[in-house]
Ligand binder design. Sequence first.
Ligand code: TMP
Length: 207
Amino acid sequence: MDTRGVFISLEGIDGSGKSTLARSLVDALAQKHQVLGLREPGGTVISEKIREMLLDVRNDGIIGKAEAMLYAAARCQLVEEVIRPGLDRGTIIIADRYLDSTVAYQGYGRGLDLGFLEDLNRLCTGGLKPDLTLLLDLDPQEALLRRSEEIPDRLEQEGLAFQIRIREGYLDLWDKEPERIKRLDATHSPEFLLQEALLLVEKLLAE
Ligand code: TMP
């Protein structure tokens, strides 16, 4: 790692509880450490504008490759403006989604070429990968039930089959990079998940 801080991302299908865990993890770590919580796409003025465009249900004409490049543009801005400077200051960065989302959603979900997405990810991040990724794994049917009261955004509107492919993608990524990606069973309570996450983070910080 070429920086002094620690970079942790949270991943999972929509409704997996990842954002809740990200928030409680930031709160818990902030008691002892310098922590910054971010979401993707988002986290800078420009990236939040790109997020609006990406999630707006009226933008149903965005083609897959353009979608991938918009996520990459938002990420590029976030890495340069916030993540790298934060890591240089020694901050713990907690990102609610990062590059695995592009592989899972645009690759496995939309069917875009994985090689193209890997190149795109490398270009937009300069090769910056998280030190630890927490994958909240949940059955897509269960996740859909959890979201039944919410108004779906453009990606969430894609339905169950889309989420099933994305989950497969995440599990493949976990299989390929078990050192970096740790799977958490998202059927557990938020309190239990926080304790599990904290154990993994403390272990990383001790290394
Ligand atoms: P969120 O609802 O978890 O904040 O994420 C926004 C949506 O964008 C979610 O449905 C996942 C999707 N997404 C992608 O399709 N590709 C990406 O690279 C990222 C970061 C998110």
